[in-house]
Ligand binder design. Sequence first.
Ligand SMILES: Cc1cc2nc3c(=O)[nH]c(=O)nc-3n(C[C@H](O)[C@H](O)[C@H](O)COP(=O)(O)O)c2cc1C
Length: 143
Amino acid sequence: VLNKLLYISRATPLAHAGASEIDRILSAARIRNESLQVTGALISTQDNFAQILEGPQDALDQLMESIERDPRHTEVRTLLRQDNVLRTFEGWHMAYEGSSLFIARHIRVLTACFQAPNEIHVTRLMDLMASLAGRQSNAVGSD
Ligand SMILES: Cc1cc2nc3c(=O)[nH]c(=O)nc-3n(C[C@H](O)[C@H](O)[C@H](O)COP(=O)(O)O)c2cc1C
């Protein structure tokens, strides 16, 4: 069974310590994700990350353990978990989109709501990340 999750986090200065820090994250991620049969997408802005991971539950648990203790970001917040889904990012062991003000705004609206994340905004971010990879998200709900 394939599971999927979406989280957002806040980048620490370590994430931008060197010009190639993101490249380092990505190349390590692509190797490990391939071996774990995990695919997904990562968005990075000056202040935040948003990442979708899809794969077997065990693999996602294992990855999230590493990711949550990574000092390059903090406040890792899982917004959505889906069981039994199809891959949106088939073939992408980690699709990547760098910073843009447009994307930054979509993440910021989710960091602003400390109670329950607004489902429409969660879905919008999922769809945005899927469209960046040129695919249709299978997330439920829309506005
Ligand atoms: C925003 C962000 C996203 C990451 N995504 C992945 C990922 O998809 N796959 C991965 O193996 N590591 C990813 N990493 C790196 C992990 O946090 C970790 O450094 C790496 O998996 C090595 O794990 P370990 O520290 O348990 O040895 C990410 C790190 C950050 C800061």
